[in-house]
Design a protein around this ligand. Structure first.
Ligand code: SPV
Ligand code: MN
Length: 624
């Protein structure tokens, strides 16, 4: 006789949990949960609905399981990931490739049957003696055309707890969808744990994406980027769904920028590779944050609208201090629900590098017991906190959270920022001539320069298409085509801007202050409303000096000189031509790129060549 999901769950789940599952009346859910139980063999199964009780249960379990420890402030907890489990593992992350499907040469894939055998082999019996938590969440606001239902099965109460802070509850929504309600599914096990409750078998860490089943497997890891199903694992599935349905799933923040006298709010989305200023832009003091990491964009009634997929922040904590990041610092230093990860705890208080307070002599951090001067196996000093140490909070805890965070219709997107990082090529801010020019020369051409502190050799430049390249689940050429097509359906597509906060002068000093980005954002807001003019340059439309002078005074209370303007906004013609050479090489390695890419780059080259002939390698904005 065939075994039913009830047979599989018998003895592992209480009647209340069974009733929660039954009430969905969705056989696909039953099949998914039963398969996870049969494979991972947990000792018990806890099915949670959207109730406050179940959320409290998960928080308690994270402490009881010692996956988190309570810190002194009410609601603060600390979680450690293993010393070699501190980031997204791009090498162990692969698409399970079904026969006859091609994803292009750039995407890491493994034959589906082979990959399933491997990852399901690691998951077999992985929850022995543990509880499996079954959670329902929603990507995007519930009851919205953007919404995607999700189910997470995990043996980590830390993962389940993080998701409570980062996502909207999704049980009732899935129930409303009825017997055929579709959903993304995520199965995770942290695997064997050591005394610190961190994953032991990280050499067998795998994140495998099954595009046939809209499912992601994750095993032998705890770090959020590898385990929190709804974050980067779902983004990969969403990119494919968006491709099928004609919308965009992007690695973007969403923010509301105030207009003159704060009488209007204009919404922008922005894609930046890490360490290029993404969070600090989304968190600019006085503006409103909708989201800091992932946005879905759709054309609704002829207008581009977007939602934050998430409702919380999993943010880098390094260098968060009361001076530069007052809003988030305040949340991290007052009672309220916060999960700290991979920082230093001393006397049950959290400390991290760049916090702006005195660091105690000793405590425990991501690497174990720690003292000032502790070195690792290679003799290198162990930092106070890991460079990728993070905080997890709900957006509602932030004083600057936008009131439209949960609006089912999303917010209208008036502008899109693409932020790169280079010391010598791109002006601090410019606007594209049109949608295609922006998609090709700004979005698809985001380039960032590594910094000595984080990525080894300084000054190594890397392209990162729309800063979404790590998560692309369709061929690169198709992805660019989708962007080009997206705005074809709208009368007034969002304006596209490129930023570069990282220019240096001949003496090696930064050319811009940390808060200058606030002026650039205000300038974009004025551009959207046609209130300031711009100067055409070969690479885009740049601000006029007199507008920036006014905005520097209004926004930062600072004077801005013509000499500063000239140094920052001169067109570095030779350097821009070098970037085009690098881009030609980069795109040359891709197949199926739309013809517009080559055309837009060729036109940019012609404009730069013409300017070089007429005025040389470096041209002042006053000479354009
Ligand atoms: C990023 O690396 O872009 C993050 C953190 O937002 S992770 O969850 O690891 O993706
Ligand atoms: Mn991210």
């Amino acid at each position: 006789m065939e075994t039913t999901y009830r047979d599989v769950l018998a003895g592992k789940i209480d009647p209340a949990g069974l009733a929660v599952l039954d009430a969905l009346g969705n056989e696909q859910v039953h099949a998914f949960v039963a398969d996870a139980v049969r494979l991972c063999r947990p000792a018990s199964v806890k099915v949670c609905d959207d109730s406050a009780d179940d959320r409290a249960f998960i928080r308690r379990k994270a402490l009881e399981n010692h996956e988190e420890v309570a810190l002194a402030a009410d609601g603060h907890t600390l979680h450690f990931d293993g010393i070699s489990d501190q980031g997204r593992d791009t090498r162990a992350t692969r698409y399970l490739l079904p026969e006859g499907v091609t994803l292009g040469p750039k995407l890491a894939a493994i034959d589906r049957n082979e990959g399933l055998g491997e990852v399901r082999g690691y998951l077999a019996g992985a929850m022995d003696g543990k509880t499996m938590y079954v959670r329902f969440f929603c990507l995007g606001p519930t009851g919205s055309p953007f919404a995607i239902s999700c189910i997470q099965c995990t043996d980590s109460a830390y993962v389940a707890h993080s998701e409570d802070l980062l996502y909207r509850p999704g049980y009732e929504q899935l129930k409303r969808l009825g017997p055929d309600g579709p959903f993304f599914r995520f199965l995770h096990s942290a695997g064997r744990l050591d005394a610190r409750r961190t994953s032991v078998d990280v050499d067998k860490r795998r994140v495998y994406i099954d595009i046939l089943e809209d499912m992601v497997y994750s095993v032998n890891t705890q770090y959020g980027g590898n385990t929190i199903g709804l974050k980067k694992l779902a983004l990969r599935l969403a990119i494919r769904k968006a491709d099928r349905e004609g919308w965009l799933a992007e690695h973007m923040f969403l923010m509301g920028v105030g207009g003159p006298g704060d009488k209007r709010v204009t919404y922008f989305s922005g894609a930046f590779p890490s360490l290029c200023g993404k969070t600090s832009t989304a968190m600019l003091p006085g503006e409103k944050i909708v989201g800091d990491d992932i946005a879905y964009l759709r054309v609704i009634d002829g207008q581009v609208r977007a939602v934050n997929v998430e409702s919380g922040i999993f943010g880098i904590i390094g260098n968060v201090n009361s001076h530069d990041d007052p809003v988030i610092y305040d949340v991290l230093t007052h009672p309220g629900e916060v999960i700290f990860s991979n920082i230093l705890a001393a006397d049950r208080r959290p400390y991290w590098d760049g916090m702006g307070v005195e660091i105690p002599d000793a405590g425990e951090n991501f690497a174990g017991p720690w003292r000032q001067g502790t070195t690792d196996d290679a003799g290198e000093p162990v930092p106070t906190s890991h460079p990728n140490a993070r905080y997890t909070v709900a957006l509602q805890a932030l004083a600057n959270c936008d009131p439209r965070l949960n609006d089912p219709a999303g917010v209208p997107v008036a502008g899109i920022l693409y932020g790169g990082r280079d010391s010598d090529t791109s002006v601090p801010v410019q606007q594209s001539f049109d949608w295609t020019h922006g998609v090709v020369t700004m979005g698809a051409a985001i380039e960032s320069e590594s910094t000595a502190a984080t990525l080894g050799a300084a000054g190594v430049r890397k392209f990162n298409m729309m800063s979404n390249q790590d998560f692309l689940a369709i061929p690169f050429g198709k992805y660019v085509q989708n962007h080009l097509d997206f705005a074809g359906k709208v009368e007034q597509p969002p304006l596209i801007f490129a930023t570069n906060y990282w220019l240096r002068g001949a003496d090696g000093q930064w050319l811009n202050g940390k808060l200058d980005k606030h002026v650039w954002v205000k300038w974009m807001e004025r551009r959207v409303h046609g209130e300031v003019d711009a100067i055409p340059s070969p690479t885009g439309l740049i601000p006029k000096f007199e507008d920036l002078a006014v905005l520097f005074t209004e926004t930062l209370g600072q004077a801005y000189t013509e000499a500063q303007y000239v140094e920052q906004f001169s067109i570095r013609v030779a350097k821009n031509l070098e970037k085009l050479d690098r881009l030609d090489q980069h795109f040359g390695g891709m197949t199926g790129l739309p013809a517009e890419v080559g055309e837009a780059l060729a036109a940019q080259r012609r404009r730069l060549d013409d300017l070089r002939q007429a005025k040389g390698d470096l041209v002042s904005p006053l000479d354009l």
